[in-house]
Design a protein around this ligand. Structure first.
Ligand code: PEP
Length: 252
């Protein structure tokens, strides 16, 4: 009932000409893949408008990596949800662990961003995940529960249907350490059960939950084939067309 979704988070990589080359390679390569998996690329802000033009008549979707939670105003250096929508974004990554750790984003800020994105008809890819310390000291599930409960506060079931949750254990991001398929499946099952308690069983069954954290062509298929894993949020391996396309292929 759920389709797999693979999204590429480019982070702060690729200038305009490099981005144009990568997008062209992805666009050409995806035509040769017979997959149902939905593909999304999330390049830096300055590339979004060009990316939207290049992706016209392609089934690759476009997302941004962040936005401000206010509609407009005196927030120097920030970008709003409606601006992202106006240049052709359909998705926006929110609550990434780098935003939480480096830019001090709290669950409350991420909740405001989720709500503003939905109001502007952008679909959040809402990231959650525990640190290694939290996993080892036994607080992983309570940390995830707080991130999810507070991040989704006052979001209706109808709005939830537009959100993708990305489970990204912080210790696996950019480290080459991946959660084993069993470890990831256990947490995805936990998140889905939590959503069933917060909303309904139906909402939980429909929710797309991506795994993220050192997903590569050689581990993607095994991770994505787990019953509660519905695709991947990919960092490092999305910066080359070949490896990104391999991961999309692994989604089936
Ligand atoms: C990410 O930053 O969302 C991510 C999953 O990165 P990587 O694949 O490089 O671990």
């Amino acid at each position: 009932m759920r389709n797999n979704v693979v999204a590429g988070n480019w982070k702060m990589n690729k200038n305009l000409s490099e981005a144009v080359a990568l997008i062209s390679d992805i666009k050409n390569g995806i035509n040769n893949l017979e997959v149902k998996t939905e593909a999304i690329i999330c390049p830096p802000f300055v590339v979004l408008e060009t990316a939207a033009t290049l992706l016209k008549e392609s089934n690759v979707k476009l997302g941004a990596q962040n936005m401000h939670f206010e509609e407009s105003g005196a927030f120097t250096g920030e970008v709003s949800a409606s601006m992202l929508k106006s240049v052709g974004c359909e998705y926006v990554i929110l609550g990434h662990s780098e935003r939480r750790a480096i830019f001090n984003e709290t669950n409350d800020v991420i909740n405001k961003k989720n709500k503003q994105a939905l109001k502007s008809d952008l679909k959040p890819i809402f990231c959650v995940g525990e640190t290694l310390e939290e996993r080892e000291n036994g607080t992983m599930k309570s940390v995830l529960e707080v991130q999810i409960t507070e991040g989704l506060a006052n979001i209706t079931e109808d709005e939830l249907s537009k959100i993708i949750v990305a489970y990204e254990p912080v210790w696996a991001i950019g480290t080459g350490k991946t959660a084993t398929p069993d470890q990831a499946q256990e947490v995805h099952y936990f998140i889905r059960s939590l959503i069933a308690n917060l909303y309904t069983q139906n909402a939980a069954e429909k929710l797309i939950i991506q795994y993220g954290g050192s997903v590569k062509p050689n581990n993607a298929a095994e991770l994505i084939s787990q019953p509660d894993i519905d695709g991947a949020l990919v960092g490092g391996a999305c910066l080359q067309a070949d490896s990104f396309l391999e991961i999309i292929k692994a989604g089936g």
